[in-house]
Design a binder for this molecule. Structure first.
Ligand code: LLP
Length: 412
């Protein structure tokens, strides 16, 4: 996807230097082909079983990207009315939409019921009561699954660990059976599934298997009690390569791990909710060096990309590989690559060995397709950059850059 041609970095057949100059930076650039091949890898890996690949929209919710996935037959995992609105606009079939999240409001629930989504992944008893109430008002039945917290350790960053006790997500494994029985008595609730999402950026497949073993026991108990489970949602979370030592798992390994447990069931559909592994390594963020300076023993490369454009390093201390857009044979130095925001936490890389780079030169931050623009803000009154889609030699603007006037557009 990325390669140097005559010392200049290209995405597919497009020069990133040209894009940076034409569209200005910060600039998010995505490869259409890479998004498609990432999605197709899931499709192929799960083809032999009854399954729906529900893209986790939170990773990147741009309309252009959702359209690509809709065209490939993707479903969606949404967590807000806003995401639901986006996926319907992109043409994703409502019967392939699952709705997760701990705090669905009654108006969001109403919107989802009117849209006839496949199911709600319910995360508390009060939520199922609210869904029942709203469904009653609309004279309909809501299809639900409970998101069960299986208490397994996904061995990932604490901020993106969800399937362990003490996390706000889901219902406790030990409480699940009783809650299912209670929900089963509700007039406007139809139980159709079970769900567990244990975390994000998982590089190990074992936690999925451990979760499946526990969930399977619960399914058996529920079915003995005449609660039929049609959908098993295994969540998302497969990791991507950020560092040289990261070894991401193939979706086929995920299928094999969960099916080693679930293959005993007939007539069930597996739902998988990948986000990062669809778009993460398909996108980069381009920036430009504003100044360089040395204070004491420390070198700083100050760029126009800041924590408002890519918050992952500040929030999770995460590592993103960075490439100079113009390849250089200059010596390397150890430097912090930082943004202009007035916070010490505003950095893209810490103590990074990077070739000596000049003022006004460009950098490309890799693996920024997921949780990049989606988590961007206007902090420090910084307009957000454009988003582009590259397809071979074709470039499409899928979101224009914000202007400084946009910053005040809703202010009175
Ligand atoms: N399903 C549910 C219910 C989720 O909460 C998530 C992510 C996913 C699926 C998709 O997980 P993925 O396949 O993308 O790992 N901002 C963080 C990641 C937060 C993930 C939140 N939930 C980051 O930048 O690392």
């Amino acid at each position: 996807m990325l390669k140097y041609i005559k010392n200049e970095l290209f995405m597919e057949k497009v020069s990133l230097l040209k894009l940076a100059k034409k569209y200005d930076t910060p600039l998010y650039v995505y490869s259409k082909g890479k998004i498609e091949s990432n999605f197709n890898l899931y499709k192929k890996s799960f083809k032999s079983i009854d399954s729906i690949i529900c893209y986790a929209v939170k990773a990147n919710s741009n309309h252009g990207i959702l359209k690509i996935l809709a065209n490939l037959g993707a479903g969606a995992d949404v967590v807000s009315g806003g995401e639901l609105y986006r996926v319907l606009k992109a043409g994703i079939s409502s019967q392939k939409i699952v709705y997760s999240g701990v705090g669905k409001t009654s108006s969001e629930i109403e919107f989802a019921l009117k849209s006839n989504i496949l199911m709600f992944n319910v995360e508390s008893f009060e939520e199922v009561q609210q869904i029942n109430k709203t469904a009653q008002k609309l004279k309909t039945k809501a299809r639900i699954s409970f998101r069960v917290n299986p208490n397994v350790d996904p061995h990932t960053h604490k901020h993106i660990t969800t399937g362990k006790f003490g996390s706000k997500f889901g219902i406790m494994y030990e409480d699940a059976f009783e809650l299912y029985m209670k929900a089963n008595k509700m007039k406007n609730i139809e139980i159709v599934g079970i769900d567990s999402h244990i975390g994000s950026q998982l590089l190990d497949i074992t936690p999925y298997k451990l979760a499946a073993e526990k969930i399977s026991k619960l399914i058996d108990k529920l079915e003995e009690n005449k609660i039929n489970i049609k959908y098993i949602d295994i969540g998302g979370g497969l990791g991507i390569k950020y560092t040289d030592t990261d070894k991401p798992q193939h979706p086929l390994n995920l299928r094999k791990a969960v099916m080693s447990i679930y293959s005993k069931y007939k007539n069930k559909t597996i739902i998988v909710e990948p986000g990062r592994s669809i778009v993460g390594d398909a996108g980069i963020l381009l920036g430009q060096v504003i100044y360089r300076k040395t204070t004491g023993s420390k070198n700083f490369i100050i760029t126009n990309v800041a924590m408002n454009d890519l918050i992952r390093p500040a929030l999770y201390d995460s590592y993103h590989n960075i490439l100079p857009v113009k390849k250089t044979s200059k010596n390397r130095q150890i430097a912090d690559i930082v943004g202009p925001i007035c916070e010490t936490g505003d950095y893209i890389a810490k103590d990074r060995s990077f070739p000596i780079i000049e003022k006004e030169e460009y950098i490309a931050i890799e693996s920024a397709g997921a949780y990049g623009r989606a988590m961007a803000s206007q902090y420090n009154s910084r307009p957000r950059g454009a988003e582009l889609l590259v397809d071979g030699s074709k470039v499409t603007v899928i979101r224009k850059a914000e202007t400084i006037q946009d910053l005040m557009s809703k202010e009175i």
